[in-house]
Ligand binder design. Structure first.
Ligand SMILES: [Zn+2]
Length: 238
């Protein structure tokens, strides 16, 4: 079996789709194939025009072969009540972006279903279920993996992917958002290393804030992945 890698563009939303869609097309040309786009489905407070444009862009991406996956609900934690201590630490480390960190079983399920409902509103009720669920910043709670699997989606954490059927892939991730400048070089080196290793299913996780500052290095990293014989794959193919 050929060695594979995932290219995952995080945080695609109603607030950034106009700016990000051209970046996705450019990356697709470079990678030679469409890849996975992680969608924040909530559109609260956006204008009807913006929501309409977002829906059309999502349909266009699908038509172009991109894989759309579910990335939380709002991507921002709503409140701190009912979170475990570890969850509160997760929230503080990520400026409140760790939406699912340390939630109770009930709250975790509520937010997951709010995310799925928002997904259906965006993509239409006949839309297929997203192939994968990726909690914002990968902070989680102990109930979320089984809740995601019960909805027949792949669950991703920082170190591994587990399909709905329970197949587990060891999956180190190279990610650059929120990494201090003096550590960037190390982060890219780490990315090269995990791509060149003969094992695992490495991920390159990109964020809107990576562009344009880190564009050239990211392009180089994708070339490394392709040149070392890895094939781009998608969550739905696992
Ligand atoms: Zn995110």
């Amino acid at each position: 079996m050929a060695r594979k890698f995932l290219l995952c563009f995080h945080d695609f939303s109603v607030w950034n789709y106009q700016k990000v869609a051209p970046i996705l097309e450019e990356l697709k040309d470079l990678a030679g194939a469409p890849f996975s786009v992680l969608v924040i489905p909530d559109t609260e407070n956006a204008t009807p025009d913006a929501i309409d444009g977002f829906k059309k862009t999502l349909q266009q991406l699908k038509a172009d072969g991109f894989e759309l996956a579910l990335h939380g609900y709002k991507h921002q934690a709503e409140f701190s009540q009912g979170r475990s201590y570890a969850g509160l630490i997760g929230m503080n480390l990520t400026n409140g972006e760790a939406e699912f960190a340390g939630l109770s079983e009930f709250e975790s399920s509520r937010l997951l279903h709010a995310g799925l409902d928002a997904w259906n509103t965006l993509l239409g009720d006949s839309a297929e279920r997203p192939p994968a669920f990726i909690p914002p910043t990968w902070y989680s709670n102990k109930f979320l993996p089984s809740q995601v699997h019960a909805e027949k989606m792949l669950y991703e954490d920082r170190y591994a992917l587990v399909t709905a059927k329970g197949k587990r892939y060891s999956s180190p991730v190279a990610s650059f958002a929120g990494i201090p400048n003096f550590m960037q070089k190390t982060a890219f080196k780490y990315g090269e290393t995990i791509l060149k290793l003969p094992v695992g299913l490495p991920r390159i996780a990109l964020h809107p804030v990576d562009f344009p500052e880190r564009k050239d290095r990211i392009h180089d990293l994708i070339r490394v992945a392709l040149n070392c014989g890895r094939q781009l794959t998608l969550y739905r193919e696992l």
